[in-house]
Design a protein around this ligand. Sequence first.
Ligand SMILES: Cc1cc2nc3c(=O)[nH]c(=O)nc-3n(C[C@H](O)[C@H](O)[C@H](O)COP(=O)(O)OP(=O)(O)OC[C@H]3O[C@@H](n4cnc5c(N)ncnc54)[C@H](O)[C@@H]3O)c2cc1C
Ligand code: FES
Length: 282
Amino acid sequence: MRLQDLKILRIQVLAGEHFWIEMENRLSSEVLPGQFVHIKISPFLFLRRPFSVASVSQGRLGFLIRCAGTGTALLSEKIPGQRLSVLGPLGTGFPVRKRWKKLWLVAGGTGVASLLLLLSLLQKLKEKEIVFFYGAVSKSLLFRQLLPPGNYLRIFTTDDGTSGQAGSVTEPVRKRLITGEKPDVLYGSGPLAMLKELSLLCKQYDVTGYLSLEARLACGTGICLGCVVPIGDANNWSYQRVCCDGPVFPAGQIQWERFLPVEGKSVKRCSLHSRHHETEKQ
Ligand SMILES: Cc1cc2nc3c(=O)[nH]c(=O)nc-3n(C[C@H](O)[C@H](O)[C@H](O)COP(=O)(O)OP(=O)(O)OC[C@H]3O[C@@H](n4cnc5c(N)ncnc54)[C@H](O)[C@@H]3O)c2cc1C
Ligand code: FES
């Protein structure tokens, strides 16, 4: 883990209050898929904000970000050349084992960010049979252009049926499991409801699963205990920290009935739509 002021190299506006941001990488030569960084966006925001590393290439870190509130709106207003204080890489990554040959990656919405890097890594490994399930609300929010090229099966879904199969991304997963297909491991990242559904499917069909959880983070380094979630067996569980024990946890260990999702009021003031489509500066 390092703390560095990193230069923004590129910001590209995507659809629906999403944007892609690239920064120079002086954190680490190796970022594990599933890890994240904690970014100080403004001196007026006390807490840093966490974002999954979506790509690592040619000395650049890439992030897919959705304007969710004040911090992300301010981040969307940055321009190439500006520097941000970045702490990372943080957290556990998705485990990868040589013996796992059949791999299913299930991404929902902005959660695709943490699976993009995993997909790139798995592509480079031999004898892997990968199915990438990716669901979004609507066609414009399926960021197909971010997927690395390669020889893997892609299954798309949209809630409104404008692209791919209509309905939730967990449905094609369920259908395959019902017909007797089964991966050696399933990786998931997305909204809590989707992750809960994947957890249940993993349990029902005895699938090894790893899910990336989100929680509101404060310190991001394991000190404040502000990000805990209930993890363990039904009779033997404890609170673990999303920021350093996670964000990736075994699907069967997440005690959903004891889980208290944080609800809050979004303070959106995202100015992406009035912004120039793409800005880049080396
Ligand atoms: C490990 C991790 C990785 C993440 N990776 C990404 C990513 O790659 N791309 C991305 O767009 N977002 C990601 N997030 C979520 C992102 O950190 C939050 O959307 C962001 O911090 C919101 O900051 P804000 O100031 O814009 O919103 P705020 O003004 O602080 O809050 C706006 C709304 O968002 C909700 N919110 C804030 N933080 C979170 C959170 N962590 N989880 C769920 N809801 C939250 C609030 O309850 C509120 O309703 C990640 C979160 C974690 C914990
Ligand atoms: S955010 Fe402080 S312990 Fe996780």
